[in-house]
Design a protein around this ligand. Structure first.
Ligand code: ZN
Length: 445
């Protein structure tokens, strides 16, 4: 049995779908061929015996990353982003359609991205397509060319070449994605409310927070839910910050509306009360809210109203992030955290009584399902042999000098976290950073 294995991995603790258990895993051609009990005498050219203090997790999937290449490679790029991902236990990224030039709103732009990524990626990379005013006829060709699904904004995205769509266009897009069998990911903040609010300049976080109230999210999530109800399309709420919206999402799901939702490490980790004057490193939209809101987001994960946790890694240059002397109105909105998402989420999860199985559901299985990645998301026979070797009890200190992002600025600088990624395995081989072995993920329809 199990002849001709390429790699055998022996783990005292492996996170399998049925729970954490000792296991021996056999890999052939980059796929999991065998999962046997400890002590099973499997042999292969390469054998890996994991240390007693680590857990073998499925490779993480981050379905919300802004890689910014081509065009804004001084912000981030495929080489640096995928290197950071591999250092963080992530084996698959799905790139957002904006912040690169051009944005991924037609097939020519997608091909430019794929070309830019070739030969540079240390983990697997897929792409979302964009929905902007006037490009609905591009959705089917983009899907045929291999995107995982689509992303739209209801509010100003910060990028002039990726304008928001109105509610009618969003609804039409939901109708179209239903036919294509993919999700529409929506940045759900209401433009109609936002345009009526004054931009407040200054270094006070409370002023910025007041300029992006929960109501922007609550209204837009309600509108998205009703459009999903009318069309039957799959609406995915990205980066939910307002916990007020959780009961709406939960009730819509009970009623059979196809709506899913994600949140991000910064909403689960940081809180408005702790953000000092001029700390624009913490600016993002929707904004980080109060500690009480943060705890309700954790409860949303516990209730499974929130399906996944993804980085929304959204980098820029240090100068853009600082803005005009720490002015929250002019600083770029976006948090960089790709390399640290697992220890960030695990630190918060562990202290609130969650297990590593919960974390793997939020950070591997959930994002893989959203992006339609049937070969990723769990340790099971036939899946890609993608793993994160994680020491859950080891403390780490976030150090910009060890950060592989192009711009290392992060709100977590100097923070002590629980859990260390020892190394990452992509299709059976340890990612060592020397040879980029990542593949471009193209969806076949
Ligand atoms: Zn984003």
């Amino acid at each position: 049995m199990h002849e001709g294995l390429d790699v055998v991995i022996r783990a005292r603790r492996g996170l399998l779908p049925e729970g954490e258990t000792g296991c021996v895993i056999g890999v052939t051609d980059g796929r999991i061929e065998a999962i046997e009990p400890p002590g099973t005498p499997l042999g292969a050219a390469t054998e890996l015996e994991l240390a007693d203090d680590v857990v073998l997790l499925p490779g993480l999937v981050d379905s919300h990353v802004h890689i910014c290449e081509p065009g804004n490679t001084d912000w981030e790029g495929f080489e640096t982003a995928t290197r950071a991902a591999s250092a963080g236990g992530i084996t698959t990224l799905v790139d957002m359609p904006l912040d690169s030039i051009p944005p991924t709103v037609d097939v020519a732009a997608l091909e430019l991205k794929q070309k830019a990524a070739e030969q540079k990626i240390h983990v697997d990379v897929g792409f979302w397509g964009g929905v902007i005013p006037g490009n609905l006829e591009q959705l089917q060709p983009l899907r045929r060319a291999g995107v995982a699904g689509f992303k739209a904004f209801l509010v100003d995205s910060g990028s002039a070449d990726f304008p928001p769509v109105d509610l009618a266009t969003m609804e039409e897009a939901l109708r179209l994605v239903r036919g294509l069998g993919v999700p529409l990911i929506v940045h759900a903040e209401s433009n109609e409310v936002a345009v009526g609010l004054e931009t407040v300049h200054g270094r006070k976080y409370a002023d910025y927070l007041r300029s992006r109230p929960s109501g922007l999210e609550n209204l837009a999530v309600a509108q998205l839910i009703e459009a999903a109800r009318r069309t039957g399309g799959h609406a995915h709420v990205c980066h939910l910050s307002s916990s007020d919206a959780l009961p709406m999402i939960a009730s819509a799901r009970r009623e059979g509306v196809h709506v899913t939702a994600e949140t991000c490490p910064h909403y689960l980790t940081l809180c408005a009360e702790d953000i000092g004057d001029g700390e624009t490193i913490c600016k993002c939209s929707p904004p980080i809210r109060e500690a009480a809101n943060r705890e309700l987001l954790w409860e949303g994960l516990r209730a499974r109203t929130l399906d996944l946790v993804v980085s929304d890694h959204s980098p820029c240059t240090a100068a853009m992030k600082t803005g005009d002397g720490g002015d929250f109105a002019t600083a770029w909105g976006g948090i960089s955290s790709l390399q640290y998402t697992l220890p960030l989420v695990w630190s918060g999860a562990k202290s609130r009584g969650f297990s590593l199985a919960d974390v793997a559901r939020w950070m591997s299985e959930g994002p893989a399902r959203l992006a339609g990645l049937g070969s990723k998301g769990c340790i099971a026979i036939g899946r890609d042999a993608d793993f994160c070797v994680f020491a859950p009890d080891e403390a780490i200190v976030v150090d910009p000098a060890e950060c592989h992002h192009r711009n290392p600025g992060t709100p977590y600088d100097g923070r002590t976290l629980t859990g260390a990624v020892r190394f990452t395995i992509l299709r059976g081989e340890r990612v060592d950073g020397a040879l980029p072995r990542g593949r471009l993920l193209r969806y076949k329809t």
